[in-house]
Design a binder for this molecule. Structure first.
Ligand code: C2O
Ligand code: CU
Length: 573
């Protein structure tokens, strides 16, 4: 197996040589420690040929792929060399069992890392699968701080499928405007939306048409924007680990002329099903198998298209190169256009088709202790545009919840519990809401440790007539069972009777489709404070999220390194 992240040139691979693997033998279990040193800095980059100030890790965006085995420990020294900007990095999909303070969620689990500081993240990757990391501070993720985590099963454990080669594909959307301007536009009274992305990136590479570049620096022959090439040997089977870290776009991935067999989602094995193309939402990962069994005399397109928004963004392209054709030889065909952008049922059906592999079912608890219904709406607060959940838009407090809850500094955030439901009898999800006004709050949901929680995500109309968006919701610290999806308004009396309690897939990110609902169940069994939010970067920035607390009293001393903001700087370790 190729240990290097694919699509990375030799020069870029060299820093990975500093990746140390230290073996530590404890009893009969052999867990390794993977140590990396990262410097996070702004650099001019041209991932789509257009030059932009991007956030890089050791000079690269996407950053290095973290490769470890289940049970290993990952230690990353992150030096904030952004000079004028704070930083926090989240390990998306890693549950942080016993280390909630290293979840990297600024405002929730840690104070931001200030410029020139170094913060050491140390956590165990407790489950095999494909995960991601990314910045979790304001709009920083959109500036390019992201990468993949590949956790291999323990030695000797066989997976329920066979393949010859393992490859990673990370998808992103990309704007030329810097994230500060975007953030200011989103948080001004004179609201300015970020708009559709200029490019879609496959493994950090896209192609902007430089003749539209206006005043910017754009060089179509810059090697940074030469398309990603996936070289295949005829007859071999490839596992593609596909991850989406987009700031906004729901994507559809397609390899021209090749079917894809979906085998895993968010680190859980799926009952295999075949698709012509794969819908993937921000924060999700899928493994698919691709067999190189087409006419080997030519190359093929691998593409991503925006779905769910009527986007102007051009198709993102990569090349599936059949060895020994020249890797840069363009396929002789036109680009696949993907499904219709507004074919909601097509995407809905793929969501429903994603079930647990029969041999790996972890049955969900058959009943739950509490049902939380979260209505997703676009709102106004004092003339600002916001997103809200049950008409409350999340404001992160100055001191992270983990610190204030553990240290009982309960004046530091709104103690009134966050609303658990909305007026579902009278609310019309198909209409622009009558009262757009919301409130902003730092309030949270406190959960009984070890209880079973059901969360229903209810979608609705936005502030625009006949418009409802797709929201991918991501839960930190857990995997949840996906019990069901529906169209229209969730009925708490009848719909739970239709839950799939037989073979639900477990995930950490799930979509709620336009005008639809999605039901999840999880066990509140991981002491800590966990964000649950829409993974669309501007939506979370505008308040589309909630926070869960469970079992914080069970935690030992918090590391001093996460403190230092607001009053938390006075806490004596
Ligand atoms: Cu990948 Cu809180 O996000
Ligand atoms: Cu959203």
């Amino acid at each position: 197996m190729d240990l290097w992240p694919d699509g990375v040139g030799l020069a870029a691979k060299l820093p990975l040589l500093f990746f140390l693997i230290i073996s530590a033998t404890t009893g009969s279990v052999r867990a390794k420690i993977h140590y990396q040193k990262w410097e996070v800095a702004y650099q001019f980059k041209s991932p789509d040929c257009f030059q932009k100030l991007a956030i890089t890790i050791n000079g690269r965006t996407p950053g290095p792929t973290i490769i470890a085995e289940q049970g290993d420990t990952v230690v990353i020294d992150v030096k904030n060399a952004l000079l004028t900007e704070n930083l926090a990095i989240h390990w998306h999909g890693i549950r942080q069992i016993g280390t909630p303070w290293f979840d990297g969620t600024e405002g929730v689990t840690q104070c931001p890392v200030v410029p020139r500081d170094t913060f050491t993240y140390r956590f165990v990757v407790d489950r095999s699968g494909t995960y991601m990391y990314h910045a979790h501070y304001e709009m920083q993720r959109s500036a390019g701080l992201y990468g993949l985590i590949r956790v291999l099963p323990p030695a000797g454990v066989v997976e329920p499928f066979i393949y010859d080669y393992d490859r990673s594909i990370i998808l992103n959307d990309w704007w030329h405007q810097n994230t500060y301007e975007q953030a200011v536009g989103l948080s001004s009274k004179n609201f300015t939306w970020v708009g559709e992305p200029q490019s879609l990136l496959i493994n950090g590479r896209g192609k902007f048409n430089c003749s539209n570049a206006g005043g910017g620096v754009c060089n179509a022959t810059n090697p940074e924007c030469s398309p990603y090439v996936l070289t295949v040997i005829p007859g071999k089977t490839y596992r593609l680990r596909i991850a989406s870290i987009t700031s906004l776009s729901a994507l559809n991935f397609e390899v021209e002329g090749h079917n894809l067999t979906v085998i895993a989602a968010d680190g859980h094995y799926v009952k295999p099903f075949m698709v012509k193309n794969l819908n993937i939402y921000s924060g999700e990962t899928y493994s698919v198998l691709l067999k190189a069994e087409q006419d080997p005399s030519r190359n093929y397109w691998a593409v991503v298209n925006v779905v769910s928004r009527n986007s102007t963004t051009p198709t993102g392209t990569a090349i599936l190169n059949y060895y020994p054709n020249h890797p840069r030889r363009l396929p002789p065909t036109v680009l696949p256009t993907g499904p219709l952008w507004n074919d909601t049922m097509y995407r809905f059906n793929q969501s429903i088709a994603t079930r647990s592999h029969p041999d790996y079912i972890r049955p969900p608890p058959t009943t739950s202790d509490r049902m939380i219904i979260l209505l997703n709406t676009q709102n106004c607060i004092d003339g600002y545009v916001k997103w809200a959940v049950n008409n409350v838009s999340l404001n992160l407090p100055q001191i992270p919840y983990l610190i204030t809850l553990k240290e009982r500094m309960l004046h530091a955030f709104d103690q009134k519990p966050a609303p658990e439901t909305y007026d579902y009898k009278n609310y019309d999800i198909y209409d622009v809401q009558k009262n757009r006004n919301a409130t902003a709050s730092t309030s949270i949901h406190r959960l009984v440790f070890n209880s079973t929680i059901d969360v229903i995500l209810q979608n609705a109309n936005t502030m625009k007539r006949n418009n409802s968006e797709t929201h991918p919701w991501h839960l930190h610290g857990h995997a949840f069972w996906v019990l069901g999806y529906g169209m229209g308004k969730f009925d708490p009396e009848t719909d739970p009777k239709r839950y799939n309690l037989v073979d639900p897939i477990m995930k950490n990110t799930v979509a709620v489709h336009p005008y639809g609902w999605t039901a999840l169940r999880f066990r509140a069994d991981n002491p800590g404070v966990w964000a649950f939010h829409c993974h669309i970067e501007p939506h979370f920035f505008m308040g589309m999220g909630v926070v869960f607390e469970e079992g914080v009293d069970k935690l030992g001393k918090l590391p001093v390194a996460i403190m230092g903001c607001g009053e938390s700087k006075h806490i004596k370790p």
